[in-house]
Design a protein around this ligand. Structure first.
Ligand code: LRH
Length: 493
C-alpha cells in the first residue's frame, strides 16, 4: 500500500537486534526479526569485539527480514567510538577493541600535556572519556596494526562496508571520536598531526540519509535479498538515532537515552563550547539534521546488568531483573548514595571482583551504609542513576540557558518503572517514558526520508512517533530529598 519496508540493524554493547520497520502515512511500526546477545571477549588479556560474529548476526537478521517480504532499505546504527582498521588490501588488521579495555587508562592525561584541555575542548567539544577514539588511537601508537592501517572505520561503518563495499564515516558517529572538529564539521587533522596520529586513515565523512550503495550482489544472494537494496547511512551512532525518535514537542524537554549507557541531555541548534561547559565536562555530539546533542554520558544500566550477571554466576536464588526490581521498591530511598559514574564500575565484573562488591567498596569509602542484598544493591544503583540524571540535567539546562519542563526517557530503561518514577522525582519534572526501541525507530525514520517518505524534518518524524507509540507518564511524587542526597556524593554533586 505504498509504504516502505525497512531493515534497522541496531547494535547495542550488550545486545543487538534486527528489526523490520514499516513506514507509510500515519504508520510507523517495528517487528523484531532477530535478537542476539553481545559482549566483549577477553582475548590475550584485552577486551575485544567479535566483529565477524556481529556481521554474521546481521546476515541472519537480513535473511529473516528478506524471508518476510521485499526490503526497501537497510540501515545500521550502533554504539560509538569503537572501530576496525583495514590494511591496504581492505582486510581487517587486528581485532577491534572494546572501549571497556583498560589500555587507555591514563592516556587522556598524557594527551592533555600536548594539547591543553581548553584547546582540545574548543575543537572537539567532547566529554573527556578514556575510551574516546582519540585516546584509543594514542594507546595504539607504535603498534603494527596501526602502522599497517590504511583506513579506520567505526563499527557501523565497518559492517556497512562489508555489506556494500563503500568506505566512509557517518557524521553523527564521527562526532563521538574526539578526532572531529565540531566547529567546522571536518576531521581535526591538525590535532591528529600534533599527536603523531595518521590523519590519512580517516575516511570521507558522509551525511545521515545518504546512500552507501546497494547490498553487494553476492551478499544479497546469500541472504535472499533482491538486487539493488540500498544501504542508507542513518544516524549511525545509536544515541543519535534514539534522539531522532524522542517524541518531544519542542523546547523545554530533555532526554535520557537509557540503555547500557545513559545519555542525558538536550537537543540544541549549536554547540556550547564555553569554559563552564568544559569544566562541567559536557559533550557536544552532532545529531541528525545538524542538531547538537548536548549531553553527559552516565554509566547507565550496565551496572545493574553486571550485578545480575554476578548474582547468576553465584547462584543467588531469585535474583532476576524482574525480582530485584520488585524488591527494590521496598528498600528505603537513598539508603546508600554512591557515584554511579565512578571509573571503577566501567570494566566488566570478574569472579574475584564482581560488580556488587565494587558498589559496596564505593559505599564504604564514602561512609555510606553498604548495600547487602540484591534488592539493596539494585536500589542503590537506581537511586544513583536518578541522582546523576538530576545533576546533569540541571547542569545542562544552566549551561545552555534552557528550561527543562519534561524529561523523555527512551530505550530499554523506559520499561523500568521504578527508575522512571525515581527519575521524575529526582528531576522534579514529569517523565515521559518510551518508545523503548527508539534507536531502531530513528534508524527507520531517517531511512524512510532518504527513500522518499514525506517526513521533512525532525518535528514530522517525532509527530509520527507520538501518533503511533504509547508513552507512559510519571509524575514527581516527593519520594525523597534528592538535594540533600547530592551533598552525600563524594564530589559534593
Ligand atoms: C551508547 C553509546 C554512547 C557512547 C557509548 C560508547 O550505546 O553509543 O552514546 O558514549 O555507547
Amino acid at each position: 500500500t505504498g509504504g516502505l519496508r525497512l531493515v534497522a540493524v541496531d547494535l547495542g554493547a550488550t545486545s543487538g537486534r534486527v528489526m523490520v520497520g514499516r513506514v507509510a502515512p500515519g504508520v510507523l511500526d517495528l517487528e523484531e526479526v532477530h535478537r542476539f546477545p553481545n559482549g566483549a571477549v577477553r582475548l590475550g588479556g584485552s577486551l575485544h569485539w567479535d566483529v565477524v560474529g556481529l556481521y554474521r548476526e546481521v546476515l541472519t537478521g537480513l535473511r529473516e527480514a528478506a524471508g518476510g517480504g521485499p526490503v526497501d532499505g537497510v540501515g545500521i546504527d550502533g554504539w560509538a567510538v569503537d572501530h576496525g582498521l583495514l590494511d591496504r588490501d581492505g582486510a581487517l588488521v587486528g581485532t577491534p577493541f572494546s572501549h571497556r579495555d583498560r589500555r587507555t587508562d591514563g592516556v587522556p592525561a598524557r594527551v592533555l600535556e600536548v594539547v591543553p584541555a581548553d584547546e582540545l575542548y574548543a575543537v572537539t567539544g567532547l566529554q573527556l572519556l578514556d575510551f574516546n577514539t582519540l585516546f584509543q588511537l594514542v594507546a595504539a601508537r607504535g603498534t603494527a596494526a596501526l602502522g599497517a592501517a590504511e583506513t579506520l572505520l567505526l563499527l557501523p561503518d565497518l559492517l556497512g562496508h562489508w555489506l556494500t563495499g563503500a568506505v566512509g564515516a557517518e557524521r553523527t558517529n564521527a562526532s563521538t571520536t574526539q578526532l572531529y572538529d565540531v566547529r567546522t564539521g571536518r576531521w581535526a587533522t591538525s590535532l591528529l598531526d600534533r599527536l603523531g596520529l595518521p590523519a590519512g586513515i580517516l575516511p570521507p565523512i558522509r551525511e545521515p540519509g545518504s546512500v552507501l550503495g546497494p547490498v553487494r550482489a553476492d551478499v544479497a544472494r546469500e541472504v535472499g535479498l533482491t538486487d539493488d537494496v540500498p544501504v542508507v547511512a542513518v544516524g549511525s551512532h545509536d544515541t543519535a538515532s534514539a534522539v531522532v525518535a524522542v517524541p518531544s514537542e519542542g523546547p523545554g524537554t530533555a532526554y535520557v537515552s537509557s540503555g547500557t549507557w545513559s545519555l542525558v541531555g538536550l537537543e540544541l541548534d549549536a554547540p556550547v563550547l564555553t569554559e563552564d561547559a568544559r569544566a562541567a565536562d559536557f559533550t557536544n555530539e552532532t545529531g541528525v539534521d545538524g542538531t547538537v546533542r548536548f549531553l553527559k554520558n552516565v554509566m547507565g544500566l550496565w551496572v545493574l546488568g553486571e550485578c545480575l550477571r554476578a548474582w547468576a554466576d553465584a547462584g543467588e536464588p531469585g535474583a532476576t531483573l524482574e525480582a530485584v526490581l520488585v524488591a527494590a521498591v521496598d528498600v528505603p530511598a537513598l539508603r546508600t548514595v554512591v557515584d554511579v559514574d565512578d571509573p571503577s564500575l566501567l570494566p566488566p565484573g570478574t569472579a574475584d571482583d564482581p560488580m556488587p562488591d565494587r558498589l559496596r567498596a564505593l559505599a564504604r569509602a564514602a561512609g555510606e551504609p553498604e548495600p547487602v542484598t540484591p534488592a539493596e544493591v539494585t536500589r542503590c544503583v537506581l537511586d544513583g542513576l536518578a541522582l546523576a540524571y538530576r545533576r546533569h540535567l540541571r547542569t545542562a539546562a544552566r549551561l545552555a540557558g534552557r528550561d527543562v519542563r519534561t524529561v523523555h526517557v527512551v530505550g530499554g530503561g523506559s520499561l523500568n518503572a521504578l527508575l522512571c518514577r525515581l527519575t521524575a522525582d529526582a528531576c522534579g519534572a514529569p517523565v515521559l517514558a518510551g518508545p523503548v526501541e527508539a534507536a531502531a525507530l530513528g534508524n527507520v525514520l531517517v531511512q524512510a526520508r532518504a527513500l522518499g517518505a514525506d517526513l521533512p524534518d525532525l518535528a514530522a518524524m517525532r509527530g509520527l512517533v507520538r501518533a503511533t507509540h504509547r508513552i507512559t507518564r510519571y509524575e514527581p511524587e516527593g519520594i525523597a530529598d534528592w538535594e540533600a542526597a547530592e551533598g552525600r556524593l563524594p564530589r559534593g554533586g
